[in-house]
Ligand binder design. Structure first.
Ligand code: AMP
Ligand code: GLY
Length: 451
């Protein structure tokens, strides 16, 4: 697709970023000044995708990471205390996209909306779909959307008293940075899970264990309008064959044979539509990106969980597939004009396949080893490195600064083709202790993408 071969446009944007920014800011008709909040691989992908939009003049990222300064301005501005609001005004920001779950759960969407800026982030009340699992389950039940059966408990002690002998999923009610869910095979494992610090400290949900393949379905939700994005598949566990502890996500693929593109919109209408309508009826409409973690069970698709944001690493493979002017699409979503926008400019998705491979630091998802120098060899132009946990070394290169260090995003005619290209590239990026899963997208086969 032409819009991805855009060296010229990127060069212009970088020049604009480096030029006197006040000269391009605030001029009528000068285009959008965008701000992304967050600093990982997902936010890299969002800023990178904005940089490929004709409508965008400048991109700021708070805090971002140093590699993003190739095409954006990274700023170390505190989010609290009014400094963010000052920045919005001083830099003529038109559009804000918020990445991380904690920030969204803190109510940043409400704070930003009060300033009048266009924001892609649900209100704190609507984002409760992510930050309270018991709330999400109650909403799913009331909306009649298929999900695992469940019981909620005020604390771990009460949940312990409710345990049976058999398998059960134990979930902390609140956000737990990926450490709040244990699929327990028996009572002893469930008991141990209830003693974990991430679970023991608050309300608990016990759920029926479902079996099946998982897929990530993202939708743009603007009150009652629900528009599916291309489905993706994450690989959550640290080890090959889905073994070992859960991580933020070791790699992703879009499209996926588990949930073909053509099924995304009807499924979003069936599983996300009733939830959006219920929240709108309650006077707390959802406005933003809603990501449903789904499982394809023998009884059909069920919702496992909601996230009030783009997935990480799902964003890295979904955003390259979104055609047209992504910034204008996000603006229409934030302004509540999604349906009208799409009538004039229907969404189109790239027919290419994208695979994301997370290159990780030794120790991840526990305590990752940091500060190792990264060697990056020659990569093809269309294999991208989306930095997540890196920082500049005094010598000018990059060193590791997080568990998921960087994401390789490769494209191909099929997922298998993209996957092969990602793995060839992975061998060209090294540091002591770097590791990655060797089976990302391995079960995707040669599926062609159906428009
Ligand atoms: P969550 O944070 O709710 O997405 O849970 C993390 C992972 O735990 C999911 O991606 C699933 O692999 C697994 N999981 C969560 N709930 C269930 C369930 N009811 N049955 C089986 N696996 C589950
Ligand atoms: N990749 C899963 C998530 O972002 O929650």
């Amino acid at each position: 697709m032409k819009w991805l071969n855009d060296g010229e446009r990127m060069r212009k944007l970088i020049a604009a970023q480096r030029a006197n920014r006040s000269a391009v800011r605030g001029q009528t008709g000068a285009g959008l000044n965008a701000l992304v909040l967050g600093g990982g691989g997902r936010e890299y992908a969002i800023a990178w995708r904005l940089a490929r939009c004709d409508s965008v003049t400048t991109i700021d990222v708070i805090p971002g990471n140093p590699a993003m300064s190739l095409f954006a301005r990274t700023l170390d501005i505190p989010i609290e205390g009014g400094r963010l609001e000052q920045h919005l005004a001083a830099s003529f920001i038109d559009l804000v996209i918020v990445g991380p779950d904690e920030l969204i759960a803190s109510g940043i969407g409400d704070v930003l909306r009060r300033t009048g800026v266009t924001v892609v982030c649900p209100s704190r009340e609507a984002a409760k779909l992510e930050w309270s699992k018991s709330f999400a389950k109650q909403v799913l039940r009331e909306a009649g959307v298929p999900t695992a059966s469940f019981r909620t408990f005020p604390d771990a002690g009460a949940a312990r008293a409710g345990l049976n002998e058999g398998p059960v999923v134990v979930k902390a009610d609140g956000l737990a940075a990926g450490k709040g869910v244990v699929v327990a095979r028996d009572r002893a494992e469930a008991d141990a899970a209830l003693s974990r610090s991430a679970i023991a400290s608050g309300p608990v949900v016990l759920e029926e264990v479902l079996a099946g393949e998982e897929a990530s379905l993202h939708a743009l939700v603007d009150g009652e309008t629900v528009v599916a994005l291309p489905p993706a598949r994450d690989h959550k566990r640290v080890g090959d064959g889905d073994t070992g502890p859960n991580t933020g996500g070791m790699g992703a693929c879009s499209p996926t044979c588990v949930l073909p593109d053509a099924e995304a919109q009807p499924l979003a209408e069936r599983l996300i539509g009733p939830v959006a309508r219920l929240l709108a009826e309650r006077g707390t409409p959802y406005r933003g990106v809603l990501f449903a973690g789904l499982m394809k069970t023998a009884d059909g698709w069920k919702v496992i969980e909601f996230n009030a944001r783009f997935g990480d690493p799902e964003a890295q493979v979904i955003l390259p597939r979104i055609g047209g002017d992504f910034a204008r699409l996000m603006q229409a979503l934030g302004d509540g004009h999604l349906a009208a926008h799409l009538r004039a400019r229907p969404l189109r998705f790239s027919q290419r396949a994208y695979v994301d491979l997370a290159l990780c630091a030794e120790g991840y998802p526990g305590q990752p080893r940091l500060g190792d120098p990264i060697t990056i060899g020659d990569l093809p132009d269309d294999v991208w490195t989306f930095h997540a946990g890196t920082r500049r070394s005094p010598q000018g290169g990059f060193v590791t600064a997080g568990g998921r260090v960087l994401h390789l995003v490769a494209q191909g005619d099929t997922p298998a083709h993209a996957r092969d290209r990602a793995y060839v590239a992975a061998e060209r990026i090294t540091w002591p202790g770097r590791f990655y899963r060797s089976d990302i997208a391995a079960s995707e086969g040669q599926v062609r993408i159906t428009p």
